[in-house]
Ligand binder design. Sequence first.
Ligand code: TXD
Length: 319
Amino acid sequence: MARNKIALIGSGMIGGTLAHLAALKELGDVVLFDIAEGIPQGKALDIAQSAPVDGFDVELTGANDYAAIEGANVCIVTAGVPRKPGMSRDDLLGINLKVMEQVGAGIKKYAPNAFVICITNPLDAMVWALQKFSGLPKNMVVGMAGVLDSSRFRHFLADEFDVSVEDVTAFVLGGHGDSMVPLARYSTVAGIPLPDLVKMGWVSKGRLEEIIQRTRDGGAEIVGLLKSGSAYYAPAASAISMAEAFLKDKKRVLPCAAHLSGQYGVKDMYVGVPTVIGGGGVERVIEIDLNKSEKDAFDKSVGAVAGLCEACIAIAPNL
Ligand code: TXD
């Protein structure tokens, strides 16, 4: 029986970590792809040389040609450039949009049946453009942000309450960015919603607000500490959980940037919502009840994503 094949488009910090995790978990053979020559080959060889120590049997290869991703079951896209000093968000958007055009063409040609997980920023707009450039079914192209954002929220909550991270569930909706919407009402410790924990005296309302704000600023906090580059361990782990849900048909309920066609009143946009991920890709978008303030925050976040999509169309009218 042939192994699954996982193609990593972009072999930078997240790409390399993805390759290591996918290999350790024996999710399948791994192909690292990048335009930088030597980087994907070097990382593939380095990780392959750890296989005898850790005892995993997967093949790792590095490539600069899209033909190497042929027949991949999963493609995880991190290709692009990060924001550098003096660069506006629009500059970044323009450059990464061109990258998505190339990546979309490569996937369309060599891996049209793959489940595609986009990580490149600005996430909600890039995944939207990648789906259009690749022409793959909308349920097979998804963006990673919600798993990471809710994992950050869970970490902070578990730390605050001094309980296991395993017993904390958290819910984050909306776009990946300043306007993300962490939902306290749907976040729990072993099923006890956060507002109840406030009533039980576990945490004050003010402190909970601080934790929510720290979650929103989670990416920036790490950028500030690292000085160059952004987070990569938790983003890679988050994308791997999505790939695993697909490859093992686990039907996990995960928040992802999914294509909406009317759900939550949103049409033809990718926004962070709870989904079911299994062998059919995004098998379901779960529509939860939002109260007035949650809906307002969600709509504001959707507005921010719509602005990014419009900026994409201004650059690439063929979208
Ligand atoms: O939650 C989330 N979605 C995110 C997103 C969390 C953290 C970081 N997030 C974004 O992921 C970040 O803003 C970046 O846009 C991506 C990738 O982050 P990473 O830290 O891995 O960036 P690197 O190390 O700069 O790697 C990017 C690689 C690098 O090796 C380039 O040579 C390559 O992308 N690159 C390309 N590969 C293929 N094709 C093209 N055109 C290309 N251009 C650059």
